[in-house]
Design a binder for this molecule. Structure first.
Ligand SMILES: [Zn+2]
Length: 394
């Protein structure tokens, strides 16, 4: 008799430890194409025959959701991401419980095991997560973002061709590469998105989160040596998302993210110190390096923008100067305005000035447009396609 059974595996559907093995769903098609339990194909491996353990315990619905809630995934959230065909009555069967575990792995990125008494236990993730966070934030408060980002990244990568990225450590070289793809000399949010996707780096938007989970500004991760960027900052302001994207890309270009590792930047204060003016600046070497890379990328190699004229007296004046300076220095006007906001701690003026640019507030629409253009979601089942889209708010 086995004392427990465990569901794991990076493809989300490999089942081990049951005395029988099932054809991994990837062998049947995309990893997200898992049909209901009744439709699963089983296959004997080696001399063993497909069979279920007669002593398999019954999993109680209450204990399963309680364990998930304790891990940061409340029942209301888990219920939303379960496919339409899921019925909690399936917990009464071993195959149903296993299927539940497969769904958790695919959609939440968490591994679980079932103890002898039928209790569901949430295991530590295989991958490593490193958090760049406020001192008052606990790692567990960001864990849901981290595992969800990894799970979404895996689904997105499945829908993309494998591309060997050519990501430079030198921001000046990155400027040249982005420009080569773009009609614009300035590095804009749209042109940097296009560059990321062209390098096989999907840029995803994390909209839906469990209640009580803290939001992140962004994260950079590698899964199976393929990089992914997830933006979590809830803003349509292009200039803000541009800086976060440049910062996350910098982490990848500079080799800060190792294989099967996720680097999570919690908040705008920490991640945009260099823009938003925390006087002390980021204390972490990697954060400093990522900021320096991002600013050099966005400022066409310049260390500083020559904003020496002093305060502007109206948003219109600031917007006009941002256009002039942007054309002269080949820098995105939105970034110039945010730099002014930081230097003079005048965010009200900056936000009003950004209002003069109709193309500076469509960041989420651009993320969606690039995602749809580059990610062939038809590779996924209806359930998982809807999941990948809805978690991004698309
Ligand atoms: Zn960072």
């Amino acid at each position: 008799m086995r004392s427990s059974w465990r569901v794991e595996g990076t493809d989300g559907c490999s089942i081990f430890g049951l005395g029988w093995d099932r054809v991994p769903c990837q062998a049947l098609g995309p990893p997200a194409l898992c049909p209901p339990p009744s439709a699963h194909v089983t296959m004997a491996v080696g001399p063993r025959k497909p069979r279920m353990n007669k002593n398999t315990p019954t999993v109680t619905v209450k204990s399963a959701y309680h364990a998930l809630d304790a891990a940061g995934f409340p029942k209301s959230f888990v219920s939303r991401l379960l496919p339409d065909w899921w019925d909690n009555a399936l917990f009464k069967t071993s195959s149903g419980a296993i299927e539940f575990a497969s769904i958790l792995k695919q959609r939440l990125g968490v591994d679980v095991r079932f103890a002898e008494n039928g209790e569901l236990e949430v295991l530590a993730t295989d991958g490593r997560a490193r958090y760049k966070k406020r001192a008052t934030t606990q790692n567990r408060e960001l864990q849901a973002c981290s595992t969800l980002g990894v799970a979404l990244g895996k689904l997105a990568l499945f829908c993309m061709p494998v591309v060997k990225p050519n990501l430079p450590k030198d921001p000046a070289q990155a400027v040249g590469q982005v420009r080569a793809l773009s009609k614009s000399n300035a590095i804009t949010f749209a042109s940097l998105l296009d560059f990321c996707w062209s390098q096989g780096v999907p840029v995803l938007f994390l909209k839906d989160l469990p209640r009580g989970s803290k939001r992140i500004a962004g994260m950079a991760l590698q899964t199976e040596r393929r990089p992914v960027i997830v933006l979590g900052f809830q803003s349509s302001q292009n200039a803000r998302q541009l800086f976060i994207l440049a910062h996350e890309l910098a982490h990848i270009c500079l080799g800060h993210v190792e294989k099967n590792e996720a680097l999570i930047d919690e908040c705008i204060d920490a991640i945009t110190d260099s823009i938003e003016g925390e006087t002390s600046g980021p204390s972490d070497d990697e954060e400093r390096q990522a900021d320096v890379f991002a600013l050099a990328l966005l400022r066409n190699g310049a260390d500083n923008l020559p904003l020496g004229k002093g305060r502007f007296f109206s948003p219109a004046e600031l917007a006009a100067e941002a256009v002039r300076m942007g054309q002269r220095l080949q820098v995105d006007p939105g970034h110039i305005i945010l730099t002014y906001a930081r230097d003079y701690n005048d965010w009200l003026m900056a936000n009003q000035a950004l209002g003069y640019f109709p193309d500076q507030s469509n960041a989420v629409a651009l993320i969606k447009q690039r995602f749809i253009s580059n990610c062939n979601v038809n590779n996924l089942s209806d359930d998982n396609r809807n999941y990948l889209l809805s978690m991004q708010g698309f």
